[in-house]
Ligand binder design. Structure first.
Ligand SMILES: CC(C)(COP(=O)(O)OP(=O)(O)OC[C@H]1O[C@@H](n2cnc3c(N)ncnc32)[C@H](O)[C@@H]1O)[C@@H](O)C(=O)NCCC(=O)NCCS
Ligand SMILES: Nc1ncnc2c1ncn2[C@@H]1O[C@H](COP(=O)(O)OP(=O)(O)OP(=O)(O)O)[C@@H](O)[C@H]1O
Length: 196
């Protein structure tokens, strides 16, 4: 069974997938793939430099992620251009990895699952949900962002309330992490027919 995991920025996707990995399930990570397709020497990085100029490179020639982030999260047209460059490369690699794994459950953590129309790739989609204020608080704390920076990033994605409506299942991550893990265990037990 293929399960797509999504949510909003800082809603708890990695907290969810870390737990699944600890339980031994394979997890494909779109954020990790997004980093791999822009490593030095890749077509991804070459195309980014063509569009955004060498200003988005560090002195070592790697992608200056905070710099590119500050450009694209405050300018939707530039973000869309970055998406046009990277998403085909990211999609191709997700597909390749999905075909590689053989397990009862294959999970893929894809922040832009609904924005990128990945729904048809999965038997189920799980949305990791937190209320808006919790999302802002956790994002500001984790990244050291101002409220404005946090809001720019949140507003660059489909609202979490909308994602909630589209999901097969909603995981509530507003309480302590153990409450999230209990929900995951309950769903996995249900899907495995209560056998394990
Ligand atoms: C702009 C970049 C370099 C900023 O890097 P940074 O290290 O600060 O952020 P990181 O990659 O850890 O992403 C953090 C979160 O931001 C959100 N996010 C990233 N890219 C986008 C985007 N294009 N649109 C909306 N949200 C995004 C996701 O929720 C992601 O989990 C980076 O986010 C990036 O390369 N984005 C484009 C690739 C992409 O779309 N990734 C999502 C995979 S589905
Ligand atoms: N239940 C929780 N209680 C308190 N803090 C939490 C909880 N779940 C996650 N966090 C914290 O919130 C932040 C965001 O969590 P996490 O990294 O799992 O989100 P994410 O959805 O993977 O983020 P991104 O979209 O940036 O990849 C982290 O600092 C994490 O430690």
């Amino acid at each position: 069974m293929k399960i797509g995991i999504t949510g909003g920025i800082a809603s708890g996707k990695s907290t969810t997938t870390l737990y699944l990995k600890e339980k031994g399930w394979p997890v494909i990570d779109a954020d990790l793939i997004a980093r791999q397709v822009v490593e030095p020497g890749t077509i991804g990085l070459k195309k980014i430099v063509e569009y955004f100029s060498k200003d988005v490179l560090t002195s070592e020639g790697t992608l200056d992620r905070p710099k590119l982030g500050s450009i694209i999260f405050s300018d939707p047209s530039k973000r869309q251009q970055l998406d046009r460059i990277l998403h085909p490369l990211i999609q191709q690699e997700i597909k390749r990895q999905m075909e590689q794994y053989k397990a009862a459950f294959i999970f893929a953590d894809i922040p832009l699952l609904f924005e990128g129309n990945y729904e048809t790739w999965f038997d189920e989609t799980w949305v990791v949900y937190v209320p808006f204020e919790t999302q802002i608080d956790r994002l500001m704390k984790r990244n050291g962002f101002t409220k404005e920076q946090a809001l720019d990033r949140i507003h660059s994605q489909m609202p979490l309330e909308e994602k909630k409506q589209l999901a097969t299942r909603v995981l509530d991550n507003s309480k302590e992490p153990q409450a999230l893990y209990d929900q995951i265990d309950q769903i996995l037990n249900e899907l495995l027919g209560g056998c394990c």
